[in-house]
Design a protein around this ligand. Structure first.
Ligand SMILES: [Zn+2]
Length: 248
């Protein structure tokens, strides 16, 4: 390919709270953790929400044991990038369905944390080439886009609005990392190390994959360098942006 890669636009950083909603422990660490380390370093509040506990993710480990291992790895992985709060919704790994129940579960989390930015993973069919995306990722990403709007409407999932929980319509945008249709990016040159450490915290999972030569650093640096070239910095994390306000 001799074509010059499309430049990426810098993401805004004039916000203070982000909620990250992904299907599995380790999803954020493959594309967003270095960006999150940068933002927590700026004093922003970032909260993680895992829709499943990734309990079906390790072939040689029963889900009952795997759930505990992967939740612990995720909590440690979050801590490494300055995130103290990790919610686990406990929905079933591998068989998530896009639909009203999933939207309701995510809308409730949005109402509780009241973020300005919601981060999720790639919801497109592929990663850009022929490699197919995974069904849970697509279901969660699509449900996040809807749940952010549901959260602002007091007549949708109204049964949630008890005990002081209020509608929240303050999400300005959803940002999806790992998307082949990325348009924006953030400079992660100074936070890439934290991102690598965050992925390395998923040791049992990475070992369980049995990928013989998988090196977290090499993998993350390769992607970050490509995005960095498009942003004009050494390393960056790229995102597809879905504006949630009007007139954008
Ligand atoms: Zn995943």
């Amino acid at each position: 390919m001799s074509e010059r890669p499309e430049p990426l636009e810098a993401l805004p950083e004039d916000w203070s709270t982000a909620l990250c909603v992904v299907a599995h422990p380790d999803d954020l660490e493959y594309g967003a953790a270095a960006a999150i380390a940068r933002w927590t370093g700026q004093g922003k509040r970032v909260v993680y929400c895992m829709v499943t506990s990734g309990e079906a993710g390790i072939d040689g480990m029963h889900p009952d044991e795997c759930r505990t291992v992967r939740e612990a790895e995720q909590v440690e992985s979050a801590r490494v990038v300055g995130v103290d709060e990790v919610d686990f919704l406990g929905l079933p790994d591998g068989v998530l369905e896009y639909g009203v129940p999933l939207r309701a579960a995510i809308a409730e989390v949005v109402r509780r944390h009241r973020p300005e930015v919601v981060i999720t993973g790639n919801l497109r069919d592929t990663w850009g080439g022929a490699n197919l995306n995974q069904a849970d990722h697509i279901a969660v990403g699509k449900a996040v886009l809807d749940a952010v709007r549901d959260a602002g409407n007091r007549w949708i999932f109204a049964d949630q609005l008890t005990g002081g929980l209020e509608p929240w319509g303050g999400v300005r945008a959803v940002w999806a990392f790992g998307s082949p249709q990325s348009t924006h990016a953030v400079d992660t040159t100074d936070s890439l190390e934290a991102g690598v450490a965050s992925l390395e915290a998923h040791r049992a999972y990475i070992d369980g994959l049995g990928w013989e030569h998988f090196d977290p650093r090499e993998f993350l640096e390769g992607n970050a360098r490509q995005a960095g070239q498009r942003l004009g910095v050494a390393f960056a994390a790229a995102f597809e942006v879905f504006p949630m306000g009007w007139g954008e």
